[in-house]
Write a protein that binds this ligand. Sequence first.
Ligand code: NAP
Length: 496
Amino acid sequence: MRHQRKVREGAAMVSRVIPVDPFDLVIFGGTGDLARRKILPGLYRRFVAGQMPEGARVIGAARSDLDDRGYREMVGEALDEFLPKSARDTKAMKAFLERLSYIAVDATGVDGWRDLGKAMREDVVQAFYFSVGPSLFGAIAERLHKYKVARPEARIVVEKPFGRDLKSAKELNATLAAHFDEHQIYRIDHYLGKETVQNLMAVRFGNTLFEPLWNAKYVDHVQITVAEEVGVGGRGAYYDTSGAMRDMVQNHMMQLLCLTAMEPPTRFEADAVRDEKLKVIRALDPVERSNIVRGQYGAANGHASYADDVDNPDSRTESFIAMRVDISNWRWKGTPFYLRTGKRLKARMSEIVVHFKETPHSIFDEDAGRHANVLAIRLQPDEGMDLRVTIKEPGPGGMRLVDVPLDMTFADALGPEAAEVPDAYERLIMDVIRGNQTLFMRGDEVEAAWAWTDPIIQGWTDRAERPLPYDPGGAGPADALMLLHRDGRRWREIAV
Ligand code: NAP
C-alpha cells in the first residue's frame, strides 16, 4: 500500500500541466481529416486540462466557404466523432469552440490572406500548422511573408510525408528555408510524442541500471516491430505510391532505432538530442538485398487483397517489410537491429525489444536451459515496459530456471492518472507553443534518413522486384521468419 501510494505521488508529476503562453494557432487544412481526427480533439483535451490560457486562439484556414459558426459546428461534430464519450463534456466543448474561428484562405491564390494577416495578434506566440499536402507547403510559406501574416519569430509545423526521396526532401527543406529559419520549423513525427518513446530516454539516461549494458557486448540484438491489423483502408491511392519503407521505416521506425541506439546527449535539449540521432543514421550500413524481405497481403477472411484495395492489379508496392540493419560504430558493431512493419498482420502492436546476451557460462545443469534477459518497450496497445528476468522456478525439484516479467504497464503502476497522459499530438502541439524542438526532426536528420533509404528502394525498383505474397492475420511472408532463423534468432510473437 505504502509502495502504491509512493508510485502514485509520482503519477501526480505525470499529469502536471505546465502552462503555456497565449497563442494564435492557425491550422491550414483546418477542415481536413488530420485536423478533425487528431489536432482539434488534441487541443480540446489540452483545453480541458487547463493548458489553453485565456489568450489562446485557434484559427481554421482552408478554402471551404465557412464562417466561424459553421466551422465551430464542423469541429463540434468532429469532437463528437473522434473523442471517447468519457472525454466529452458539453460545457467544456462549448467553451472550447468559442476559442475557434475560421478564415477562408486559398493556399495558392490571393483569397483570404489579407484577412488572415489582420486577424493575427502582435503580442502572442504565433504558430502555423501546415495540415495540408506537401505540394502546398511552399505556397503557404511564401504567402505568410508576402502578406505579412507571420512575424519573424513565428513557428511552422509540417506533417509527414517529408519528401519521397532525398531529392524531394532537399527541395522541401530549401523551400521552407527560403522563408523560415531551422529553429522555426517543427517537422512532426508523432511517434516521438508517444509517452513510451520518451520513457525510453528516461530509462536509458535516468538510470545507471541499463546504460552499462546497452552495447554490443551485452545486447545480442534489437527487434523493432510496428504491426497493424488493418489494411490500407481509404489511403490506397496514396499508399501505393509510398509503401511500407517510405511510410513507416524512413520516418517512424528510423526514429525509434535512433533513440534506442544513440549515445547519451549532453543535455535533453533539441540540438543535443538531434545531433546524436543524426550520428546513428550516418552510421547505418547500406542494407544488402539478402537482408530485406518485402511482402504484399493477399485476400482472405472476407478481406480484399492489397492489389484490390489499391485498385492496381500489377502493384509492386510492399505492405510489409522486414530487414536486418547494422550500425557501424563502437557501441553497436556486431549487434543487428531487425525492423519489421506491415499491414493486415495478426494484431496491432508496436514495440522495441532489446534481447540481451546469455550469460557467458552457465553454472546450472543442462536441464536448467539457456536464458537471456529481454527488455520490451511497448508503444501500443498498452504503453509500458516489460523486463524478463531469469529466476528459479519455485518449489522442489532442483534448480530449474524460468523467465518471469517485471512488468510495468503504466496504467497499472501509476494508477488512473496514467491513462490521462496527453496523446502524441497534444504533447507535440504544446511543445510547438513552448518553442521546444527536442521531439521534432531537424532538416539534416530527414535528409540523412532519405540518403540511407534511397539506394534500398532504388535496388528493388531497378530489379522490378515483386513483393512476396502473405496471408492476412499472420506475421508476414515466411521469408521474414527465415531472416532471423538464419542468424539463429526468432521474432517475438505478434500478439496483444
Ligand atoms: P485532407 O483530409 O485531404 O485535408 C486537406 C486539407 O487541406 C483540407 O482542409 C482542405 O480544405 C485543405 N486544402 C486543400 N487545398 C487547399 C488550398 N489550395 N488552400 C487551402 N487549403 C487547402 O488531408 P489530411 O488527411 O488532413 O492530411 C493533411 C496532411 O497531413 C497531409 O500532408 C497528410 O499527408 C498529412 N498526414 C495526415 C494524416 C492523417 O491521419 N490524416 C496522418 C499523417 C500525416 P479545403 O478543401 O476546404 O480547402
